[in-house]
Design a protein around this ligand. Structure first.
Ligand code: FES
Length: 325
C-alpha cells in the first residue's frame, strides 16, 4: 500500500510506493522540489522529517550536518517512506526559482518524423540531470559551436532523458546541421532552464492547448505535467499541421484522450492558418473563462489571440511560446 507524503509549508501531498525514493515520488507527482544529482552527492534535496518514519533506499556521500540531523534532516533521493510521513521541503513555484544549470548530455536518438520535423533525444549522466519546470527551454551548444535555445518537450519528472522537437529551416545552420550531420553519442552541452511558458497550476480554468507543427514539443511537456498533477478541468488540445507534415505523436495524443475523460484531442491538417483558426473557432465555440497556451510562430500567435478573442478568449489568459527556427 502506498504511503502518503505531505510537504510543508505548501501542505501538498502525494503518494509514494514502497521502496520508492521520496524524490522520485515527488517528481512523478509533478512537484518542483529542489534536487540536483539524485544520488546522494549534492545535498540539494535536503528536507526535514516532521512526522512518520523513513527507510534508506540508497547510500549517500553527502554529509548531513549535526544541526540538520537534529532537525530531522534527510536526503529525499536516498530515503523512502515506511508509512505516512510529513516533511518540510521547499518547492519552486515558477522557473525563476530554479537555478541555471550547465551539464553535458549525449545524443541518444535522432528521429526523423517527416521531411520537416525531427525529434532529438538527449541523455544526461545519471548523476547530473536537468531540473526544470514543464514548458521551459534549454540552450543547446553543439561541438561545432552552433547553439540554439529550444523548448524542452519531455516531462520534468525525468531530467535525465530530454527531448526537443525541431522544425527544419533550410536557411538555418543549426537545424540543417542537426538534420543532416549530428549523430548518435555526440556530446551536447546544455545550459538551462529558462523561459516562463509554464502552467498556472493554481488556475482551475479549462485549458486550451494550441500546438503548431513542432510547437507540439513544449505543449507535450505541459500535458505531461497536467497528467502528473492529475488536473480535472477540461483540457482541449488542437494540433495544427500543414500538407506534407504528420501528427508525429498522434498515437500518444489519442491514448491520453482515451484514458482521461477531461482531455480532448483535435488533429487538424489544413492548407492555411486561416482555415485552421476557422476550424478551432467552430469546434471550441466559446472560450470565455478559458486559459490558453499557444506554441506557434509569432505571427500565428497574434492571429490566434485576435481570432479566438472573437469567441471569448481574453488576451490576458493567453500564454505563448513563439517558435523560432
Ligand atoms: S539530489 Fe543530490 S543529494 Fe539528493
Amino acid at each position: 500500500m502506498p504511503a502518503r507524503v505531505t510537504l510543508y509549508p505548501s501542505q501538498i501531498s502525494f503518494e509514494a510506493a514502497r521502496g520508492e525514493s521520496l524524490l522520485t515520488a515527488a517528481l512523478r507527482a509533478g512537484l518542483n522540489v529542489d534536487y540536483g544529482c539524485s544520488n546522494g552527492s549534492c545535498g540539494r534535496c535536503l528536507a526535514y522529517l516532521k512526522s512518520g518514519e523513513v527507510v534508506p533506499v540508497a547510500h549517500h556521500d553527502y554529509i548531513i550536518s549535526t544541526a540538520d540531523k537534529a532537525q530531522g534532516g534527510l536526503l529525499m533521493c536516498c530515503q523512502a517512506a515506511s508509512g505516512d510521513v510529513s516533511l518540510e521541503a521547499r518547492l519552486a513555484h515558477d522557473g525563476t526559482e530554479i537555478p541555471l544549470q550547465q551539464l553535458r548530455a549525449k545524443v541518444r536518438k535522432l528521429e526523423h518524423c517527416d521531411a520537416h520535423t525531427l525529434l532529438l533525444q538527449l541523455r544526461t549522466a545519471r548523476s547530473k540531470t536537468l531540473r526544470f519546470i514543464a514548458g521551459q527551454h534549454a540552450r543547446l551548444h553543439l561541438v561545432n559551436g552552433l547553439e540554439r535555445e529550444l523548448p524542452i518537450a519531455s516531462c520534468p519528472c525525468d531530467g535525465m532523458n530530454l527531448e526537443f522537437h525541431l522544425h527544419r529551416d533550410a536557411s538555418d545552420r543549426f537545424t540543417e546541421y542537426v538534420f543532416n550531420e549530428l549523430s548518435n553519442s555526440t556530446w551536447v552541452d546544455i545550459e538551462g532552464p529558462c523561459g516562463d511558458f509554464t502552467l498556472d497550476e493554481d488556475d482551475p480554468s479549462p485549458i486550451l492547448f494550441i500546438a503548431w507543427g513542432a510547437g507540439f514539443g513544449p505543449i507535450r511537456s505541459l500535458i505531461e505535467h497536467c497528467l502528473s498533477l492529475e488536473l480535472t478541468q477540461t483540457i482541449r488540445l488542437f494540433w495544427v499541421i500543414h500538407e506534407g507534415e504528420v501528427h508525429y505523436a498522434e498515437g500518444y495524443c489519442r491514448a491520453v484522450a482515451d484514458a482521461f475523460e477531461n482531455i480532448h484531442f483535435h488533429a487538424l491538417q489544413t492548407e492555411t492558418a486561416d482555415e485552421a483558426l476557422q476550424q478551432i473557432r467552430e469546434q471550441a465555440v466559446d472560450l470565455a473563462g478559458w486559459h490558453a497556451y499557444i506554441a506557434a510562430p509569432p505571427t500565428i500567435i497574434d492571429r490566434c489571440t485576435e481570432q479566438l478573442g472573437q469567441i471569448g478568449l481574453q488576451a490576458n489568459k493567453v500564454k505563448s511560446d513563439p517558435l523560432v527556427a
